[in-house]
Design a protein around this ligand. Structure first.
Ligand code: AGP
Length: 369
């Protein structure tokens, strides 16, 4: 059915709010007696178990999904992963594949020219191509050996929100399916991770109920000329995605860096009032990122943090905190934390008078190389 606004101010607001249901739809019926059900892969158990290298190829927001997928696949299934921008991959001279390399393309629209070219190149070299996409019957779906539809429903807003989180969940299912096939996880471990995934919709609902925090924090960016996003580990990707959202719809320049890299250059940008967004959940790198926040504050910059409920070490340092509920598996934090950054970007864009659904110069699917 055609997408309509319902009671929402814009499609971006509507699509952000649809994320919990999109993930519920995707997870439904995916856990069977033998573990994760992903028949869409259309690969035998033997071929799946033999996969010894994966190329993930995508563009933009979908590339950020790929970065998260790389960590999930490597951690859960112990298969080495290369993740590349399609526009870079297509012009690389040497592609080092093995006889059991699998190509995973991630594309919301299924029509991104660079991504399709990359898939054709991998197919030409004899690799199986698996697509994660949101659009039924899209070119990516038709041309791939297997396709997993994320079923997020039509995404109208040029800037991707619900497809981002749904694609991450789809890749998590893929990583579990692979781990189950190659023996890196037993059935109990697989269902434990599936149970963690099943908590995501409610965790996101909690973040959505806290949109007022993002609205308040948005005031920091109203007159800013630039912003820096910082995060570590999987949340360096959350930083990249947060900066991309802000750039796309508010036209505010934003740059993202792994927090530990700040001292190698970007720290020179800091001056009183300069806005910094730090993603600092409760995880193995938490304290390291808190020290980065201290360096930011010491230079008079303004820090907006995304942190876990009850984190006093962050609350005492930062002007604004966007709170997330505790997430059992720290690798899944990006799927929860990014929701604050989507909502924040939308408030900033609106306060700067921008049309969030149709940002200038951008197209929903980029069908030219
Ligand atoms: C997302 O907000 C962007 N508009 C853009 O980066 C997008 O993700 C990219 O063009 C890839 O699109 P796809 O997922 O349809 O291939």
């Amino acid at each position: 059915s055609a997408a309509t606004l319902g009671g929402y101010a814009d499609f971006m607001e509507k699509e952000i709010s649809e994320q919990p249901e999109a993930i519920e739809r995707l997870l439904k019926g995916r856990l069977g007696e033998k573990g994760i059900l992903l028949d869409e892969l259309r690969m035998s158990e033997k071929d799946l178990a033999a996969v010894d290298r994966i190329f993930i190829i995508a563009c933009g927001t979908s590339y950020h999904v790929g970065l998260i997928a790389r960590t999930l696949i490597q951690t859960w299934a112990h298969v080495p992963v290369v993740c590349e921008y399609a526009s870079e991959f297509n012009y690389e001279q040497d592609v080092l594949i093995t006889g059991h390399t699998l190509c995973l393309i991630i594309t919301q629209s299924g029509e991104t020219a660079d991504t399709l070219t990359a898939a054709r190149r991998m197919k030409g070299m004899g690799c199986k191509v698996f697509a994660v996409t949101n659009v039924l019957g899209s070119s990516a779906a038709r041309e791939s050996d297997g396709v997993l539809y994320v079923q997020a429903g039509p995404e109208v807003c040029v800037c991707s929100t619900k497809a981002y989180t749904a694609q991450m969940v789809a890749c998590a299912l893929f990583a579990l399916r692979l781990a189950q096939a190659n023996g890196h996880m037993d059935a109990a471990e697989v269902s434990g991770h599936y149970a963690d995934l099943a908590t995501l919709p409610d965790l996101i609902r909690t973040v959505l109920s806290r949109a007022w925090q993002d609205k308040q924090a948005a005031t920091v960016f109203r007159r800013a000329h630039s912003a820096l996003f910082l995060g570590r580990g999987v949340n360096s990707t959350t930083a990249y995605e947060g900066a991309l959202k802000l750039k796309e719809i508010s036209y505010l320049h934003a740059e993202a860096y792994p927090a530990g890299e700040m001292k190698h250059g970007p720290i020179a940008l800091l001056e009183p009032g300069f806005p910094v967004v730090a993603i600092v959940p409760e995880d193995r790198v938490h304290d390291k990122t808190v020290s980065n926040i201290q360096e930011v504050i010491a230079r008079g910059a303004t820090c907006v943090a995304v942190a876990t409920d009850g984190d006093e070490s962050v609350a005492s340092l930062c002007e604004h905190v966007l709170w997330i509920p505790p997430v059992e598996d720290e690798l899944l934090v990006p799927i929860v934390a990014v929701v604050h950054l989507q909502v924040l970007a939308r408030y900033v864009a609106r306060s700067r008078g921008c049309d969030v659904d149709k940002p200038r110069n951008l197209a929903k699917s980029v069908t030219v190389e």
